[in-house]
Design a protein around this ligand. Structure first.
Ligand code: F6P
Length: 535
């Protein structure tokens, strides 16, 4: 670390220890303006998200030092550089230009001799024409998205989140796993003439996606009574990839192909043609609103002064919680059934981005990086795992995400839902007042000490614009933590070894030769073979 950053880091560490030992109730008592100062609103058009981070174990002096750290480490400047095409993904010598996917057509940016804004908008126009045609023709009743990771979680989240507010005559299914149970169950619900397969893969080398696309083609060919190579099949396939040539090599011929680009990471590709399935379902207009929501947060992150920059502040609180205090897990709790997929989406976004331990200079990080991200929908979580969050031995910072207006929810049940969300945040923060006289064993078991940090995000309504804003907010928080920890948030080398080993082991399973493995892996392969053939 540069000297001045190191010096500030020491202050942040000291603050983290001091406020980590403080009582939230005291922090509220000492600073009467705490709620006002620690509540900020992100608003743009129809979208409004109130962010209350007053229940975090942080105070104004700590926040001041965190903001100073961000200024000294040039976090916002680095963000602007990223949006301007800097090759911030230094291990792959790539830009990370997901913000360009939602940039205004008037934005000017040339990267490696390519006008990337023009490329994006040409593709968006093509996408719009295709989507409108599919929706008008009404030929396809089902869209099956085949893809995994970022080529699945983003479009699935949009589809689920907007299904309650947006009527669709087209039903979407999402197939990811190499376990063919998923695709077979989906195909069982589809009629071949009415089914469109959207095969999403940035690389088009992903084993799961290739296997599922192959099964889909075989099913379609058989059902339509044509050969697997038949041209007719291409009408039922769309390819979304940065390598459409590779799709053809893999035998996935599609009448329609859409581009993404090497400078978009899979987990950052939600604003691209990767979201084709929900765009077909809900129309291009809804997608444009989604992009508007993302763009407004991109702009807010770049132009708001640090003290008011809620995206930056939340990123810094992540640094505080997970980087300095080293809390090892983070719970994402949306209080809206429509947002049930948000924890899985954020799991990939945060863990695949910041699950790293080496700095740009090759040295190990001194700052802890990604926590384990998990979660579930409220109120179900309360009856499953919230016990641990209230009384367990580990502190798990929580993100509560609620909506003041939810489509398809009765007024009474909506109030009950929100009452539960507010109650959980309150119980975590303040627990229950203790009777100092009561030291009985029974009382100790029931004690709710509180002091467990959370942030509450309360949006006006669940609409495409708000969904886009929420996702961009989390993307940029990841960026902030990555810059402070000096890691590369945009590569994912850690998943490569497992991929190549699985190819090798798959060959060994079928060749009765597992000798090249360690003794445990060899034994497991041998046992698997034996059990497979046992009656
Ligand atoms: O293996 C990890 C990963 O590369 C993710 O980053 C990505 O979202 C997913 O696999 C799918 O990759 P692709 O879109 O290239 O099929």
């Amino acid at each position: 670390m540069a000297d001045d950053v190191s010096r500030l880091w020491l202050h942040v560490l000291a603050d983290s220890e001091r406020t980590g030992n403080a009582l939230l109730s005291d922090l509220f008592e000492q600073d009467k303006a705490r709620v006002v100062n620690m509540t900020k609103t992100l608003s743009d058009g129809d979208s409004e998200i109130v962010v209350d981070f007053s229940k975090q174990l942080v105070d104004q002096p700590a926040l001041k030092n965190l903001l100073q750290l961000a200024k000294t480490a040039r976090v916002v400047e680095r963000f602007v550089e990223m949006c301007g095409g800097a090759k911030i993904n230094f291990t792959e010598n790539q830009a990370a230009l997901h913000t360009i996917l939602r940039a205004d057509a008037t934005t000017k940016l040339v990267v490696d001799g390519h006008d990337v804004v023009a490329q994006v908008h040409t593709e968006l126009e093509k996408l719009k024409r295709f989507v409108e045609k599919v929706r008008q023709e009404k030929r396809f009743k089902k869209v099956v998205n085949i893809g995994i990771g970022g080529s699945d979680l983003g479009p699935a989240l949009i589809y689920d989140a907007l299904s309650a507010s947006h009527r669709s005559e087209i039903e979407c299914h999402f197939v990811a796993n190499i376990d063919s149970t998923e695709i077979n169950a989906t195909l069982g619900q589809c009629r071949p003439h009415e089914t469109l397969f959207v095969v999403c893969s940035k690389s088009f080398k992903t084993a799961e996606t290739l296997a599922n696309a192959r099964i889909a083609r075989q099913w379609l060919a058989k059902s339509l009574g044509v050969a697997v190579e038949s041209e007719i099949l291409a009408e039922h396939f769309v390819v979304v990839s940065a390598n459409t040539q590779q799709a053809r090599i893999a035998g996935v011929t599609a009448k329609n192909e859409f581009q993404i680009w090497p400078w978009v990471g899979g987990r950052y590709s939600i604003a691209s043609a990767m979201s084709l399935a929900p765009i077909i379902a809900f129309g291009f207009g809804a997608f444009e609103e989604f992009l508007d929501g993302m763009r407004s947060v991109d702009e807010q992150m770049q132009t708001t002064e640090p003290e008011e920059n809620i995206t930056l502040i939340l990123g810094l609180i992540d640094v505080f919680n997970f980087g300095t205090r080293r809390y090892s897990s983070q719970a994402i709790l949306p209080y809206a059934s429509a947002m049930r997929l948000l924890p899985s989406y954020l799991q990939q976004l945060i863990m695949e981005s910041n699950g790293k331990s080496v700095r740009q200079n090759g040295e190990p990080t001194e700052i802890a990086t990604s926590a384990v991200v998990w979660g579930g929908v409220g109120t179900n979580s309360q009856h499953a795992f919230m016990q641990m969050l209230h009384q367990g031995t580990q502190i798990v910072p929580v993100e509560f995400i609620g909506f003041a207006q939810l489509p398809n929810v009765d007024a009474e049940s909506h109030d009950a839902l929100m009452a539960n969300m507010f109650a959980q945040a309150k119980a975590l923060a303040f627990g229950e007042a203790q009777n100092p006289e009561s030291v009985s064993t029974a009382a100790r078991h029931r004690a709710m000490k509180g002091n467990r940090p959370s942030t509450t995000l309360l949006a006006k309504s669940l609409n495409p614009r708000t969904l886009g804003a929420l996702i961009a907010l989390y993307e940029h928080r990841v960026f902030v933590h990555g810059v402070i920890a000096q890691i590369n948030s945009f590569d994912q080398w850690g998943v490569e070894l497992g991929k190549s080993l699985s190819v090798e082991i798959n060959k060994q399973i079928n060749q009765s030769n597992s000798a090249v493995n360690d003794s445990s892996t060899k034994s497991l392969i041998d046992k698997y073979r034996q059990l497979k053939s046992k009656r």
